[in-house]
Write a protein that binds this ligand. Structure first.
Ligand code: FAD
Length: 532
């Protein structure tokens, strides 16, 4: 019996759910990994057994929370021949504290699960544009970005099971007489940072900070005519962010990103009312409403005076050739009336789309951002609303996420470089600029391809790899990377060796998520050979 079989036998004896895979796993980016088994523990005790047996039989394991890390490797491990530990069934909301505004959750808790639990309460959980079924903890561990905040700033008091089976708690929860507190750093060294984008432990629970709902919050959408308007808008937005007049993360999409997001929903609306429209007709309808090249989505929250002031300034900074729209309580009442009318179908199609997508900014997660992945592959209409985007349809994509300073120079360098590199590979990039702080702009760049066409997959991967390399040379550094491009990150020698020493301390048998962010002996030898 080989080590995998012995390991699986021991795990199965503990009644932990195991599924055996007969073929390699493929993801939406066309990445393939040999994953012999997936294990589904439901609680801490089961995770502890898995770690114990993995150490005993020297089996490599890779924990995921819900495995929706699309564009970065989905649920695949960094290395081949690794057993995936899927924590989706370990999904309890352990506490919701409506006085202090936080929730304590385990890794399988999804955006939707917590959002539903918070309905009709004074708080909401900030959500990302990824699916309603993605994990709060998984996204935070990748330092994901939501519509109003950085996940990493909203998560604290991690409970982490180390590869030796011991559990540690961070922040104030590390104290003997622990007391729940909203102060996230605790006292003494703060170990939280060690467990983000790393492979030193399995996070088994965490505290998530919630956001207070405000009565008259308004979503906004700005349609910017062209790139000149984009830069005018971005530069005038900066002082509004600096002065907290806008306290969300405005998401700024190019048309290649925004249109595929809206189009499938418009298409579906007309299909539902038995007035099917062709792709050309959908584009025409879209262009009538959103006649521009760039689109900004965000929301205004706060006391009424703040919202009114924010709205006033947004009007002021929207260039005259561009268009600003709000959806607040007043507009929602009007929408309710329009929905009941037997005509205005085009308008009602947009209402259907914005009802779903516009509410993301207020903590209502949706699965309806996913159809964009297959929309860009004409002929895939049947698969549009299938949520398993790793498997359904031909639509494939890959992300690259560089961070830029919030200056016109750096942002235009980011955009120019993106276009130059993508055009070398005959690809048209979808771009989102997220104004995450008044001094930081995040770029989310993706290229689309047919994931079942080997040469398209290869071309797209080469493109994203070159983008990685080119932008790193320009100091536009990715904050996160896909599992196939870990080697584009090169830490300074001493930093790399410190990370490797820490890995040795936490995980001496190297059983956990090898190759994920932390360099290995092999990768650092390769690098020093290059340097020689
Ligand atoms: C249309 C679309 C929109 C998207 N929008 C966004 C967006 O707005 N913001 C954003 O950030 N992302 C976005 N994404 C990317 C991605 O889908 C999300 O980041 C998603 O939340 C990640 O999947 P997950 O939450 O299920 O995490 P997982 O896939 O479960 O986890 C991610 C990684 O974290 C590590 N990990 C997970 N759980 C544990 C654990 N318990 N212990 C130790 N390590 C662990 C593993 O390395 C794992 O691979 C989008 C994707 C698509 C397709």
């Amino acid at each position: 019996m080989n080590n995998w079989s012995k390991f699986i036998e021991s795990v199965s004896e503990k009644n932990i759910k195991v599924s055996k895979l007969d073929a390699p796993l493929k993801d939406v980016s066309g990445i393939v990994r040999n994953v012999p088994y997936i294990i589904y523990p439901k609680n801490k005790e089961e995770i502890q057994f898995i770690l114990k047996f993995a150490n005993q039989y020297l089996v490599k394991i890779y924990p995921i929370s819900c495995g929706k890390n699309w564009g970065f490797g989905s649920s695949l491990p960094s290395e081949n021949d690794t057993i995936v530990v899927n924590l989706k069934d370990f999904n309890s909301i352990l506490d919701i504290d409506l006085e202090n505004g936080h929730a304590i959750v385990t890794p399988g808790v999804t955006q939707e699960q917590l959002a539903n639990a918070l309905k009709n309460t004074p708080y909401f959980v900030d959500v990302t544009g990824s699916s309603a079924d993605s994990s709060l903890i998984g996204n935070a561990l990748e330092r994901g970005i939501a519509y109003n905040s950085l996940r990493v700033e909203n998560i604290s008091e991690l409970e982490v099971m180390l590869p030796n089976g011991n559990t540690i708690n961070t922040g104030f929860s590390s104290l003997n007489d622990k007391n729940t507190s909203n102060y996230p750093w605790g006292i003494g060294p703060s170990l939280d940072g060690l467990f983000f984008q790393s492979n030193f432990g399995i996070v088994t629970q965490a505290k998530i900070k919630l956001i207070k709902r405000t009565l008259n919050a308004k979503s906004f959408c700005v349609t910017l005519k062209n790139e000149k308007d984009l830069f005018l808008f971005i530069s005038s937005l900066k002082p509004l962010l600096e002065n907290n007049l806008i306290n969300c993360i405005p998401h700024i999409f190019n048309k290649e990103r925004f249109y595929p997001g809206m189009a499938p929903l418009l298409w579906k609306y007309f299909q539902n009312i038995q007035q099917e429209k062709s792709r050309e007709e959908i584009l025409h309808i879209f262009n009538k409403q959103f006649n521009g090249e760039w689109f900004v989505a965000g929301n205004l929250r706060g006391i009424n005076a703040q919202i009114n002031l924010g709205a006033k300034y947004l009007k002021k900074i929207t260039p005259s050739s561009s268009k600003l729209q709000f959806i607040g309580a007043k507009e929602k009442t009007l929408i309710k009336i329009i929905k009941k009318l037997p005509f205005f179908n085009e308008l009602k199609a947009f209402i259907y789309a914005t009802d779903e997508l516009g509410d993301l900014t207020c903590g209502n997660p949706t699965n309806l951002t996913l159809p964009s992945i297959n929309w860009v592959m004409p002929g895939n209409e049947k698969s549009l609303f299938d949520l398993d985007i790793d498997r359904c349809g031909d639509g494939g994509f890959l992300y690259f996420t560089p961070m830029s300073n919030y200056t016109q120079y750096d942002i235009s360098l980011l955009l120019r470089t993106t276009m130059q590199v993508a055009s070398k590979f005959y690809l048209v990039p979808a771009i989102t600029l997220n104004a995450i702080k008044a001094d930081i702009m995040e770029g989310v760049i993706s290229v689309a391809f047919n994931k079942h066409n080997a040469s398209e997959v290869e071309n797209a991967h080469k493109c994203i790899k070159e983008m990685n390399k080119t932008m790193i040379d320009l100091n536009l550094l990715p904050y996160r990377n896909n599992i196939d491009m870990m080697d584009t990150i090169t830490f300074q020698k001493d930093y790399a060796s410190t990370l490797m020493k820490l890995k040795q301390i936490f995980d001496p048998n190297h059983i956990l998520s090898n190759g994920r962010y932390i360099p290995t002996e092999e990768s650092s030898n390769k690098l020093s050979k290059f340097a020689a």
